[in-house]
Design a protein around this ligand. Structure first.
Ligand SMILES: Cc1cc2nc3c(=O)[nH]c(=O)nc-3n(C[C@H](O)[C@H](O)[C@H](O)COP(=O)(O)OP(=O)(O)OC[C@H]3O[C@@H](n4cnc5c(N)ncnc54)[C@H](O)[C@@H]3O)c2cc1C
Length: 449
């Protein structure tokens, strides 16, 4: 089975050249590639937030013998290179569509799970002494066009009702006082939930916590083959093999179709891209009245996400690229810089110090999936966070541990929204074409809608 993208994106020898990798401090000690034939109770494939949270909770809270097999170093995937937004949602389904499909109670439960996910990140920060550089006390959504302010009040009321948290509508003037000004800033919606963090510091903190609580962490250990031997799974890496009665698949956007037939064609990886400027001077920040430490997204379908970093660098992220050859990567980098200049013209002279990209992960039904395979309940998974996995992947790992070792029926506490069986995309070989089609449509809506 061939991959959808250029192979360079799977090269896990070292971290991508991101601002986070450059500023996270020392690499984690105490992990080594798998060697020889080993055995454990639960094997976790993927050492990002999902896999590490599952392993940590299994080992720490239930005393399970667990090991992680990760292709790169800890946090190599999206977990070590994201925007650091810690928010309550991980679905691409609008709220009314979610209510229509799952009902109001399960939708409410989904968002309550999302709020619990935010709390869990904070709690792990405290209990495991993770210095993840928290910033801000909420999330700001900005209307990129004046027309996007229509209906904001209704939107805020629904969110208040469903989320049970305070949501404020900010006029253009209020946004200028508390947020920023710019040609694409027409007002906004401030949600008193969520914050921002340093994703690689958080990932490394989770890895250290795993190792401290007895998890065997095997970086540099890509699972290249998966066999079934009697009642056990046997996962083969280039250095050895690992037998386990249960397996957690925590590979999200980096899931290869060839890993296991149960996941082939179920996930659509999508590129998300980030640029980071040099530290901005006070006069440059003043030119756009930038005042908020909170993470910000805008109302485009192909949304931009951005935040001011603690050392006054500016981070801007976006999707909309579907190729990752060297030439198209450079074209996209230049496109993203042009967007920065259009939205914040006063920052045209700020050099761009970093550009990197990675995979977010979409599912055909546009909701995350946490559970086990229908035809093999010893294979568990947590994936498809639709670009909203910092809090949700952490929560998903904890939920998997509760389901695997805690014998706690998930129907009682986990929303049905995320408990649906995995479904393959129809004609899965065309997945990237679906994405291209959606991007063209969204681009037109954002421009002319
Ligand atoms: C540029 C970017 C910006 C983002 N911004 C945000 C944001 O601001 N807020 C937010 O909530 N979310 C954001 N996301 C999404 C978020 O980072 C992810 O949802 C989350 O990190 C998923 O965690 P994970 O552990 O499930 O997957 P990942 O962190 O991607 O980890 C999967 C791991 O599996 C490993 N793997 C794959 N196959 C194998 C194999 N066969 N054997 C061994 N290991 C394997 C990979 O090496 C990888 O490390 C962003 C993502 C990107 C790429």
């Amino acid at each position: 089975m061939t991959d959808l993208y250029h192979p360079s994106i799977y090269d896990a020898d070292g971290h991508v050249d991101s601002f986070w990798a450059a500023t996270a401090g020392p690499e984690v000690d105490g992990w080594s590639p798998l060697s020889g034939d080993q055995r454990c109770d639960v094997a976790v494939i993927g050492g990002g937030y999902t896999g590490m949270s599952a392993a940590l909770h299994l080992a720490r809270d239930y005393g399970v013998d667990v090991r992680i097999l990760e292709a790169g170093p800890p946090g190599w995937g999206a977990s070590g290179r994201n925007g650091g937004f810690v928010g309550p949602s991980s679905s691409k389904l609008g709220m009314s569509a979610m209510i229509a499909r799952f009902g109001e109670d399960e939708t409410r439960r989904y968002y309550r799970n999302g709020l619990a996910a935010i709390d869990l990140v904070r709690e792990l920060g405290e209990t495991e002494a993770i210095d993840y550089e928290p910033c801000g006390d909420g999330e700001l959504g900005v209307a990129h066009k004046a027309s996007q302010m229509n209906g904001m009040a209704d939107w805020a009321a629904t969110w208040r009702d469903i989320l049970g948290v305070d949501v404020e509508v900010w006029s253009r003037e209020a946004l200028a006082e508390r947020g920023y000004t710019g040609p694409h800033a027409h007002g906004g919606l401030f949600t008193h939930a969520g914050f921002a963090l340093h994703p690689m510091k958080y990932a490394r903190g989770l890895a250290r916590a795993c190792i401290r609580h007895g998890v065997g962490f095997h970086g540099g250990s890509e699972v290249t083959s998966w066999q079934r031997e009697g009642g056990e799974h046997r996962l083969i890496t280039k250095g050895g093999s690992l037998r386990a009665r249960q397996v957690v698949v925590a590979t999200n956007g980096f899931t290869r179709d060839r890993l296991h037939p149960g996941f082939a064609g179920t996930m659509l990886p999508a590129l998300s891209n980030i640029i980071v400027t040099r530290p901005l001077r006070t006069d440059e920040l003043e030119a756009h009245g930038w005042r908020t430490p909170c993470p910000v997204w805008d109302t485009r379908n192909l949304l931009f996400y951005f935040r001011l970093l603690p050392d006054n660098r500016f981070l801007l992220g976006a999707r909309a690229a579907t190729r990752n050859t060297p030439a198209s990567t450079e074209r996209y980098r230049r496109w993203l810089i042009r967007q920065l200049h259009t939205m914040w013209p006063a920052w045209r002279d700020a050099e761009i110090d970093y550009f990197w990209r990675g995979f977010v992960c979409l599912a055909a039904d546009r909701v995350p999936h946490i559970g086990q395979l229908g035809d093999d309940p010893t294979v568990w998974h947590g994936m498809a966070y639709h670009g909203g996995g910092v809090a949700w992947a952490t929560y998903s790992g904890q939920a998997l541990a509760r389901m695997i070792a805690g014998n706690e029926p998930a129907e009682r506490w986990l929303s049905a929204v995320v408990r649906q069986p995995l479904a393959k995309f129809p004609m899965a070989a065309l997945r990237l074409w679906y994405l291209r089609g959606a991007y063209v449509l969204y681009g037109l809506k954002d421009r002319y809608g």
